[in-house]
Design a protein. Structure first.
Length: 213
């Protein structure tokens, strides 16, 4: 059951990342926000799968990653749920609009970047827990750990104020960065799916071998 849930989470993330990339290209903001909520659900499921199979030596790294995945999920779900409800449906005052409207690069935009920075830290720590014996796992391990570098930009950009309404001409740069992130993270989701699939097959083969004896 553990591996099944983790594998489903990896599949949800793969579909969500692909959907997010497409929605950005066609300018479908509501779709972008919606699929990113499912990305959060799938990510927690996926990290929980890695956590469940970690050994005693990497217990602290696995626990850290699991907690960080939950923090990420809370932050981005608050941001995107607000975009698909209050921002889209309600007549907000200008002050509230400036704070929660993602496209105005306000507080919720900063929370979103913080959330993805924390997600990056989660992948960094969970990368330590993977006992890479196959080529798939070796690639997965390094992609997860290198992904941790995204934390630096996600953490500093809101403080530096690089994105704000006055610099609306930078929108295309933000879209390009996000598309590049999708190209990077999609293989992580796919390799994670294969990782859990291989583990499931291994456990099934071991069980059959024990029954035969």
């Amino acid at each position: 059951m553990n591996l099944t849930v983790a594998r489903i989470g990896a599949a949800i993330d793969a579909v969500s990342v692909a959907g997010f990339a497409i929605c950005m290209l066609i300018g479908f903001d509501f779709g972008s926000y919606l699929v990113c909520m499912f990305l959060a659900f799938g990510f927690v499921m996926m990290i929980s799968g890695f956590h469940a199979e970690s050994d005693k030596e990497h217990e602290v790294a696995a626990d850290t990653a699991l907690v960080l995945s939950g923090v990420y999920a809370v932050l981005v779900l608050l941001v995107y749920f607000a975009q698909t409800t209050a921002v889209r449906l309600d007549s907000l005052g200008d002050e509230a609009w400036r704070i929660i409207d993602y496209e105005r690069f306000g507080l919720f935009f900063s929370y979103d970047l913080l959330g993805y920075g924390i997600m990056s830290l989660a992948t960094f720590f969970i990368g330590f827990t993977i006992n890479a014996k196959t080529k798939v796992d070796k690639w997965l391990k390094w992609l997860l750990m290198i992904h941790g570098a995204f934390f630096i930009g996600c953490f500093l950009i809101p403080m530096l104020g690089l994105f704000n309404p006055k610099n609306s001409g930078l929108d295309w740069i933000g879209t390009l960065i996000l598309e590049m992130w999708c190209l990077y993270f999609l293989p992580v989701c796919i390799l994670s799916y294969f990782h859990f699939t291989d583990r499931s097959k291994g456990e099934r083969a071991a069980l059959i071998s024990k029954l035969d004896k």
